[in-house]
Design a protein around this ligand. Structure first.
Ligand code: F6R
Length: 608
């Protein structure tokens, strides 16, 4: 989604703004712009529809040495992607970049008679509103921003400059991240720490309701009610190599291949295979509190939701007398669901900024239910608002399609389930096989990637021209097939839906014909024979079936068998999912599409 950068210091602001915006490209955007200010009040405003390369073309003819400015990548919400709707927006001497949505913009617009609107955006309403306080000189820039924000309903992360004040930037946040990078004689602004990496390691993460006056060597933070805030300077953990492709053609492939290491990071210090124990500090629940848990509500969107579904299947296998409900955040936030008091909610989010997931977190907290975050982005809003949490520590995920986060989210939640089971006194013999396998997973993932990548690439070439597909699985393979289908459709644009295999003859079997291929996830186990019968039903109707399995004896005449060479059994769906990720990746590359930035999608969905 939208991205913000800003710079004030002695260096060339245009250089930082463009390189910062490029770092934020992965979030998804459809136009971009920057504004820089010269000492004498000269302003250079450049905006372009489409990629940052288009903005750079304009920049080539408008090079400046200005050392203050702000920039933006826009993901259209109000008004189509166009130069006129791109940020920065201007009113009088003021220029504004904005992430989020001003919900009462129509009402506010009606009060702003003196401003001639040039765009369809809610953001232009906000800049005109700020200017209505600023233009007569009654308020300083920061106070004009405060006055305007007091009238605003909605979400925002903003950065504002005035051509009259070419040494200061005003930033503020409510519901949309805003980070101030503290440098030596320079201050940097970004909505995502990746834009700051390599420039500074020290940052202030603004909280909701805070506004800051930023100069090259000073940062003053206060609340909208003018109370001063002594902001904490935190360390940015991300390093440069984590946000670069590191020799891979695409971030998606890099992130798939990173999974042996990223999962090892999730497990670090948390798994004691020798003594068959899990040690999770983050949730911060006492043994007594863990013992009391009777219900788990798992909340997420998209891939995070699928991770929650799969983790739920596992946790109920070994945790007695517990009910688990995994819910889609955008639905759950508006339901009238009763949550029993002996529940704990797991809030699952890679970015930690997803608007619907955050809204659920707040609703659930209102009911007095303990919330535990399963989050990747350190210092993100969800991570800060939950009562306790377990970071998955997979490092930045740059490709829009979530891959390594899923694997670690599932395992982190299973470890939380094991922690509950331990507290409830479940016999170590029941938990040991899970802990042993978790411990072996990084190696097993590495072996799967090594042995199967080539084969998946070959198979994908045969199927790339299909327009439809069905993903099928039973039990633990069902949520896994949902995730496989999501991955394929979001990057390759091939229609892909998942069905629980048992549901096939209740409707979806009617779809099977030459336009479809069927991807079957077939783990060994209690339901293996039933799933094999289901495959026969598909074959009898001329299906184009690919089967991935860890069973040795599968011998039906399907088009392709992907045999997973592993002794992992319980968590084999995680390996199958990694194969689905590779399949989606190679299908997309074979089709010549932009695998890291699929059309219409954004990495971090900060609007509803
Ligand atoms: C799919 C994908 C999305 C996200 C979803 C939630 O590949 O990336 O479905 O999983 O938008 O995002 P987070 O986990 O950041 O809350």
């Amino acid at each position: 989604m939208c991205g913000i950068v800003g710079y004030v210091g002695d260096k060339n602001a245009q250089d930082f703004l463009i390189s910062g915006l490029k770092r934020l490209e992965y979030r998804g955007y459809d136009s971009a712009g920057i504004v820089t200010l010269a000492d004498k009040g000269d302003v250079t405003l450049l905006r372009a529809k489409g990629k940052i390369a288009n903005l750079e073309e304009k920049l080539a003819k408008n090079k400046r040495k200005d050392s203050i400015g702000v920039g933006h990548t826009r993901w259209a919400t109000h008004g189509e992607p166009s130069e006129a709707n791109a940020h920065p927006h201007r009113a009088g001497d003021i220029y504004l970049v904005h992430n989020g949505i001003i919900e009462n913009y129509k009402e506010l617009k009606g009060t702003l008679k003196g401003h001639e609107f040039k765009s369809e955006t809610d953001t232009e309403v906000l800049v005109a509103l700020i200017n209505s306080f600023y233009k007569d000189g009654k308020y300083s820039l920061v106070d004009a921003v405060v006055q305007a924000l007091k009238l605003v309903k909605g979400t925002y992360g903003i950065a504002v400059v005035s051509s009259k004040k070419p040494d200061e930037i005003v930033v503020a946040r409510s519901g949309s991240p805003l980070i101030i990078g503290v440098g030596n004689g320079e201050t940097l602004i970004a909505s995502d720490a990746s834009a700051l990496v390599g420039h500074t390691k020290r940052a202030i993460y603004l909280n909701d309701g805070e506004v800051a006056l930023v100069k090259k060597d000073s940062i003053e933070v206060k609340t909208l009610n003018a109370e001063p805030v002594s902001a904490k300077v935190e360390e940015i953990e991300t390093n440069l190599s984590a946000i670069q492709k590191g020799g891979f053609e695409h971030f998606m492939l890099k992130e798939i291949m990173e999974q042996p290491d990223s999962l090892a990071e999730t497990l670090r210090g948390r798994i004691d295979a020798k003594n068959a124990r899990v040690h999770l500090g983050g949730p911060g629940l006492s043994e007594a509190e863990l013992r009391k848990i009777k219900h788990l509500v798992i909340v997420g969107c998209g891939t995070a939701y699928h991770a929650g579904l799969l983790a739920g299947y596992y946790i109920e296998q070994f945790t007695p007398e517990i009910t688990i409900e995994t819910v889609i955040a955008s639905e759950y936030r508006y339901r009238s669901a009763y949550i029993p008091k002996d529940s704990v909610a797991l809030i699952v989010s890679q970015s930690g900024e997803t608007a619907d997931t955050l809204a659920c977190l707040r609703e659930i907290k209102k009911q007095g239910i303990k919330t535990i975050g399963i989050v990747n982005a350190i210092g993100s809003t969800i991570a800060r608002e939950v009562d306790g949490g377990t970071y998955v520590h997979v490092g930045p995920e740059i490709s829009v399609a979530s891959t390594k986060a899923f694997t670690s989210q599932v395992i982190a939640m299973v470890m939380f389930g094991l922690t509950i089971a331990q507290a409830k006194g479940v016999k170590p013999g029941i938990l040991k096989p899970y802990i042993d396998e978790i411990d072996k997973m990084p190696k097993a993932i590495e072996e799967t990637l090594d042995s199967l990548s080539k084969k998946i690439k070959e198979i994908s070439k045969k199927y790339k021209d299909y327009e439809h597909s069905i993903y099928l699985g039973r039990d633990i393979a069902y949520p896994t097939s949902m995730e496989g289908a999501l991955k394929l459709k979001e990057v390759s644009y091939i229609d892909a839906n998942a069905y629980a295999f048992g549901e096939l003859k209740h409707g979806p079997l009617a779809l099977v014909d030459d336009r479809f291929f069927e991807m079957v996830l077939l783990p060994k186990g209690a339901l293996y024979d039933k799933a094999v019968s289901n495959i026969q039903e598909v074959l009898a109707r001329g299906g184009h079936v690919i089967v991935m399995t860890n069973a040795d004896n599968f011998d039906l005449p399907v088009e392709n068998i992907i045999k997973i060479p592993t002794d992992i059994e319980i968590f084999v769906p995680i390996l199958m999912n990694i194969i689905s990720q590779l399949f989606a990746y190679y299908m997309t590359v074979a089709k010549g599409l932009n695998v890291d930035q699929p059309r219409n999608l954004a990495k971090s969905v900060t609007v509803e």
